[in-house]
Design a protein around this ligand. Structure first.
Ligand code: HEC
Length: 129
């Protein structure tokens, strides 16, 4: 039996796992699991827990533009970009949507117009920090 293709597949899978930053479109779930879950699944340092609708209600009420921008810049014990410097705003937004949509929200991927608003809010926030 020729096991080479199987081995190749196993290696390809193993090496593709941690390399999401190089991928064009890693899913929000995957980014969440690899970057955000370490704090947000257990509520480390008072991070709003994923699935805790009460904790997320107020944040969701502030709106997607504000919350995405502030999370990306960092808030108190929440590190900028969740501690993963290489995350783009789109990747951060996907991971956040995954978390929000498990916590009572119904957010969609930001469209171009919303990304413009998010980037404006990021610039504002950085000025006042
Ligand atoms: C090192 C732990 C840690 C990691 C990793 C982390 N967070 Fe957080 N996050 C926190 C903490 C703590 C808070 C609460 C901050 C506060 O209100 O004091 C928070 C709050 C937030 C908020 C609310 C911000 C606001 O305006 O109040 C958002 C949004 C958020 N995180 C998104 C994310 C996303 C998305 C990721 C992954 C890409 C992530 N976080 C990774 C610790 C973390």
């Amino acid at each position: 039996m020729n096991i080479q293709p199987t081995l190749y597949l196993i290696f390809a899978l193993a090496f593709s796992m941690p390399a999401f930053a190089q991928e064009k479109n890693p899913s929000g779930a995957r980014i969440y699991n690899e970057v955000c879950a370490v704090c947000h699944s257990a509520g480390v340092a008072n991070a709003p827990k994923t699935g805790d609708q009460n904790a997320w209600k107020k944040l969701i009420g502030e709106g997607q533009v504000i919350i995405t921008a502030h999370g990306y810049v960092g808030v108190r014990a929440m590190p900028p970009r969740g501690g993963k410097e290489s995350l783009s705003i789109e990747q951060f937004a996907e991971a956040l949507n995954y978390m929000v949509n498990k916590s009572g929200g119904h957010w969609l991927s930001p469209d171009k117009a919303m990304l413009v608003e998010i980037n404006k809010e990021i610039a504002n926030r950085k000025k006042t920090q």
